[in-house]
Design a protein around this ligand. Structure first.
Ligand code: PEP
Length: 246
């Protein structure tokens, strides 16, 4: 069975005191749900120290090199030593604003694997691609070019977040059918590439204007194993309501 996961992506929001206050209010009351928050990296240490049991802290980004002359960048070992246990790879904002393409994202996947660092791999199509009816082939290519080179053993338990770009931060959410159709396809591709056991062990999260009002419906899709939440993760009560949707 795929692990159920609820993720909060705080992006470039909150100052230190606000981050400390928010993490105190985040409680994971569900034994079988993994909860992870991604604060700004500069606050990972403080957020890790203030978190409640059953909550993990992750890094929104990391560099592929272990150390050296890369001003402004952070390595996995630095992030891990600050309290991060998992990293985000391929968020659409990094793809769009920081020119992170499939080739670099594959390198990040390999860096994470080499460092035994857990990660969430994000994928999703822009509006133009969906309007052209090409969303399935677009997302399949993102996965094939950056993630599906892993071996079966490496793929077991991995986490993918499907985040249609047109739904992120827009208030427009994918419908039950749109989410389920993409998630089912992703699981099918993994089944075809590996096998049923691997496909059923990969968690596929939905992201894109998921909030306390629609989480219940989205999480009821058979192939949706949780959510990656942006805006609605910035308030403890809305994020906890989403966690409790399970
Ligand atoms: C995100 O940060 O990936 C995201 C899905 O944001 P929002 O929930 O605000 O759409």
């Amino acid at each position: 069975m795929a692990q159920k996961i609820v993720v909060g992506n705080w992006k470039m929001n909150l100052e230190l005191n606000e981050a400390k206050e928010l993490i105190q209010g985040i409680k994971n009351t569900q034994d079988d749900v993994r909860v992870i928050v991604f604060p700004s990296s500069v606050f990972i240490n403080a957020v890790s120290e203030g978190k409640n049991e059953g909550v993990e802290v992750g890094a929104q980004n990391f560099h592929t090199e272990p150390k050296g002359a890369f001003t402004g960048e952070l390595s996995i070992s630095q992030l891990r030593s600050s309290g991060a246990t998992v990293g985000l790879i391929g968020h659409s904002e990094r793809r769009a604003y920081f020119s992170e393409g499939n080739e670099l994202l594959k390198m990040k996947v390999d860096t994470a694997m080499a460092n035994n660092f857990d990660f969430i791999f994000c994928c999703g199509e822009p509006l133009m691609i969906r309007e052209a009816g090409k969303e399935l082939e677009f997302v399949k290519m993102q996965l094939e070019e950056s993630l599906l080179h892993l071996t079966k053993e490496q793929m077991m338990g991995k986490v993918i977040a499907y985040e249609p770009v047109w739904a992120i931060g827009t208030g427009v959410t994918a419908s039950f059918d749109q989410a389920e159709s993409m998630h089912r396809s992703i699981r099918t591709w993994i089944h075809e590439r590996y096998d049923a056991e691997t496909a059923n062990n990969v968690s596929i999260l939905y992201g894109g204007s998921c909030n306390q009002a629609n989480a219940n419906e989205l999480f009821s899709c058979p192939n949706v194993d949780g959510g990656l939440i942006g805006g609605a993760s910035l308030k403890a009560d809305s994020f906890c309501t989403i966690i409790d949707s399970y």
